[in-house]
Design a protein around this ligand. Sequence first.
Ligand SMILES: [Zn+2]
Length: 245
Amino acid sequence: MKPVTINRLVIPRLIISILSGLFLLGSGNTTVYVTNSGSKYHREDCTSLSRSKIAVSLEDALKSGYEACAVCKPPIAAQAGPSTMPQKALYRLNKTALTRSSPGDTSKMVPADVVGHVDGDTLRVRIPNPPPELKTVETIRMLGVDTPETVHPHKPVERFGQEASDFTKARLLGTQVYLAFDWELRDRYGRLLAYIYTPEGRCFNAALIQEGYGYAYVSYTFHFIEEFKDLEQAARNGKRGLWGP
Ligand SMILES: [Zn+2]
């Protein structure tokens, strides 16, 4: 008979998962609120929410490391069942043989809701059940594309910056998108570097360049750099968007 051996790590792990399961049990239906930049979560009427207010489930807030606000004292555990949204692993396109960014296989990507808009190439998203590398609320800098500046504190709005910003807002704000990644997960500001896909499997980063709302951003390499350079050249040739008269 084979002797039964139990890895010494199994029991502590089991205890941790039971405890965290109990703690999180039932927090899926309670809504709390977080801000763009804070580390606390709040009740809906908290004064800390004056500048930004993003609804998340309590479960997601706890899982993402947000702590309860000491002022409004939001719930720390709740009564409903846990979230049923399946957790997706990060899908890194640089590990695929794809040479074109579209169409993308959204079934492999992390779904996210676009809850805020910064400018043409930067968004705020809420990720319902994030994999361990991601938080529930993230700022995304779209990979491989640079749109003209609109929000820099010390620079004037660049030509076509407002149009690019409006285009992204009109197309994406309030929609569900899918996230895919490349070599680097974050930039030096901690923003998530991602490809944004629409539910139809179209790469929005590429669309921005194709429609003349942004440049191929080639200072750092990325998987679709050749395609994005070609898209920019085609937009220039077609005098689209910022390449127009
Ligand atoms: Zn609060």
